[in-house]
Design a protein around this ligand. Structure first.
Ligand code: B12
Ligand code: SF4
Length: 651
């Protein structure tokens, strides 16, 4: 099910609304000494190609954004704990400023569900009267907020509230809670009162539980509806604030005395992901992004992006960025506004802009629309572009790509010094190899490699919550429920494992994925790359150091520098091959066992879509916006009982 949109004209918040909310909160927080811990759930079993390494070396933008929002309103006593760096962290052991924090926030993607639930369950072990308010958010909650509310009456656990939206929703919640909070009262108690008085019902983008006793199991979930989106992303708090509150990597269960010093951030985080634009005008059936964005395309201005990059580079030494864009070239005039600003800064200001390198995602079709502007795109620092090619023949999905267009886009990018990185999607009807066509997976990879692809991503078509085809993949029996008695766990629903397939031999599909990676990254290709490198493209030997600086070098130093730059540009291809092989070992280590189970074990298939077991409803008693059809809806009776309970508590 795709998420519904607000009625036309109401999807976006009025301009300035976010700025006003932030300044109101800044005044309010002076009277509250809040301490918060934000944890990013991460399941280490998900570490494999194509994201191995980046997954640990890039602080996720979601937790950083929530941390920045708290710092921006004056709540500087905040710590961001990444399970990527702190595997053993236990919320029940956390102390910040010598006390249990007031807020415990958890962010999670769907594939990290088990880690996320464990964090919440552990936080629930804290005695009820000292327990922080538990708020869950992130991509998992955007589509499946009910998952963070336990439904087992014998072991009640759960977040107090799930945020299905972005910073604005979280800050609006905080505003209501701080308004309700009495002196010395815990945030959780303020939350329970606000909830029972119906004060949360006006904040779109929340799902909270109700039960007949505060620490009992959730009896119903109330969904306050689809969020309103922030249109002008310049109104967001500055991301640089989030880097000052990171928990240093470690093995302990508790928190360190102080956050990671600024001088050590770059050692652990070499790439900074930044929100530049959000949204995409295509509507691929397996993708939840357009509906999540309510068909809106939102962006930051070039000046704002330049300022974010500059401050992060100057404060933390990070000069490599990744745009969290869904389709950066979606709207060429807006894209040009961003890249022209960055290119001008690089020309006129020297450091740090001339050192900045970044990558992002776009479609083949839109890359071709931007063909005449790719030079300025490169001058803005963009050196790598992830392209959603999926299938060169366009049989799986049509978004304006085919073999010729893809090759044309590759050529245009490389001529302008940008490395194209194809993202491929394998599916049931695609064979591994074909003889006379370009349909086979290996055939397509060979075409793309010959066209200059250095790196690639190959995933299997997998149901994605919030997408159009999500339910049909379950209802058609394509989605696997158990293999050999083993349930399909969330950490393997990531596109790297075959968990949805009608193929007679799904294990062969799993091996196809490995074969495809092994075909792309192998010692032979690495050897060839040492002589016929594909990484030596336009601008690849250019110096990123400012001209004024290199002019001062002696003649021999200049020659040495030139040789170094030429060697580096040449060897990148072989280096990427080596890295790919290292990633492949991890991928094979993890996925081969699954292929074996698929081969040997009995495959049980899903017959229905997983829905919330806890009844859900909207604030007006109607259907909840985030409930998948088939979700039980709370009865009027229990609602009345709970409303009465709320009134009693309020009195
Ligand atoms: C960059 C990115 C990555 C990077 C992440 C690197 C990193 N460490 O940050 C890389 C390339 C490694 C990656 C990998 C994968 N990714 Co990815 N990725 C993205 C992308 C494009 C941007 C993420 C981002 O930074 N967004 C910007 C931040 C600010 O947004 P956000 O995280 O949603 O956070 C906001 C809200 O959710 C909320 N929020 C977040 N946390 C919290 C917490 C609280 C308490 C509150 C109140 C609010 C809140 O506020 C934030 C600010 O607005 C998104 C798509 C998108 N545009 O969001 C997909 C996305 C997150 N990825 C996705 C997927 C599926 C994957 C992979 C499984 C793909 C694969 N097949 O391998 C892997 C998983 C790897 C792993 N082991 O974890 C899915 C997740 C779907 C889901 N429902 O969980 C997304 C949403 C794309 C999609 N299909 O819709 N990804
Ligand atoms: S082009 Fe990419 S972001 Fe846009 S709908 Fe298709 S898969 Fe999603």
């Amino acid at each position: 099910m795709e998420l519904p949109s607000m009625p036309a004209g109401e999807s976006l918040l009025p301009a300035g609304e976010m700025v006003q909310l932030r300044s109101r909160l800044r005044r309010m927080t002076q009277r509250h000494d809040l301490a918060s811990v934000i944890a990013c759930a991460f399941d280490h079993r998900t570490r494999m190609l194509p994201f191995i390494y980046t997954d640990l070396k890039m602080v996720p933008a979601g937790v950083r954004a929530i941390g920045a929002a708290l710092a921006d309103i004056g709540c500087e006593k905040t710590r961001i704990v990444l399970q990527q760096w702190n595997k053993n962290f236990r919320p029940s052991q956390m102390r910040l400023d010598g006390r249990i924090p007031d807020l415990f926030l958890v962010s999670s993607m769907h594939l990290h569900s088990e880690a996320c639930d464990k964090l919440i369950q552990d936080a629930c072990r804290i005695e009820p009267d000292r327990r922080p308010l538990i708020i869950a958010g992130g991509p998992r909650m955007m589509y499946e907020p009910w998952q963070v509310f336990g439904s087992d009456p014998s072991q009640p656990w759960g977040a107090d509230v799930a945020v299905t939206g972005e910073e604005y929703v979280f800050l609006s919640l905080l505003e209501v809670l701080l308004n309700h909070r009495a002196r010395g009262e815990s945030m959780r108690s303020a939350f329970l009162r606000a909830r029972d008085q119906g004060a949360l019902d006006g904040i779109r983008g929340l799902v909270y539980s109700r039960s007949s006793c505060d620490d009992g199991p959730a009896e119903e979930l109330v969904d306050t509806g689809i969020q309103r989106l922030l249109g002008d992303l310049d109104e967001l708090p500055h991301p640089v604030l989030g880097y000052g509150m990171l928990e240093p990597p470690g093995r302990g269960e508790a928190l360190s005395a102080s956050a990671l010093p600024a001088s050590r951030v770059r050692k652990h985080c070499i790439v900074s992901s930044l929100v530049l634009t959000l949204g995409c005008r295509f509507r691929c059936s397996y993708c939840p992004i357009p509906a999540y964005n309510q068909r809106q395309y939102r962006q930051k201005s070039g000046e704002r992006i330049a300022d974010e990059m500059r401050r992060i580079a100057e404060s933390f030494g990070i000069v490599t960025f990744f745009g969290a864009d869904d389709n950066f070239f979606n709207d060429p005039p807006r894209t040009l506004q961003i890249v022209e600003t960055l290119a001008r800064k690089a020309r006129e200001h020297g450091r740090p802009f001339c050192k900045i390198r970044w990558g992002t995602e776009a479609t083949v079709h839109d890359t071709l629309r931007m063909r005449d502007h790719l030079r300025v795109v490169r001058e803005s620092g963009l050196t790598a572009l992830w392209l959603g090619v999926e299938d060169l023949t366009g049989s799986l999905v049509k978004k304006g790509q085919d073999k010729n267009k893809t090759l044309e886009a590759f050529r245009a990018l490389r001529e302008n010094g940008i490395q194209p990185i194809p993202m491929m999607m394998h599916h049931d009807s695609q064979p591994l190899v074909t003889l006379r066509s370009n349909y086979g997976l290996l055939n397509q990879l060979q075409t793309l490699r010959s066209a200059g692809a250095l790196y690639t991503q190959i995933t299997m078509l997998t149901p994605s919550p919030g997408s159009k085809s999500y339910e049909s993949m379950y209802e058609s029996g394509q989605m696997i429920h158990k293999v050999d008695g083993r349930a399909v766990a969330p950490h393997i629903i990531d596109g790297n494992y075959v968990v949805a397939s009608e193929a007679k031999r799904p294990w062969a599909k799993q091996l196809n994925l490995l074969a495809a990676y092994a075909f792309f990254y192998n010692p032979l290709r690495m050897f060839v790359a040492l002589f016929a490198s594909r990484s030596r493209i336009a601008y690849s030997t250019n110096d990123t150091r400012p001209l004024e600086e290199t002019r001062k070098y002696s003649f021999s130093r200049r020659i040495r520098r030139r040789m170094y730059l030429a060697a580096r540009a040449h060897l990148v291809d072989a280096g990427v091959q080596l890295f790919g092989m290292y990633g492949l070992i991890h991928t094979a280590r993890r996925t081969l066992a699954w292929a074996w189970h698929l081969r040997r074990g009995r495959i049980e298939r899903c017959t229905e879509v997983p829905v919330s077991r806890i009844p859900m409803r909207g604030v007006d008693g109607g259907a909840a916006d985030h409930a998948i059809p088939g979700t039980p809806q709370s009865s009027g009776g229990s609602r009345i009982r709970l409303v009465q309970l709320g009134r009693k508590r309020a009195a």
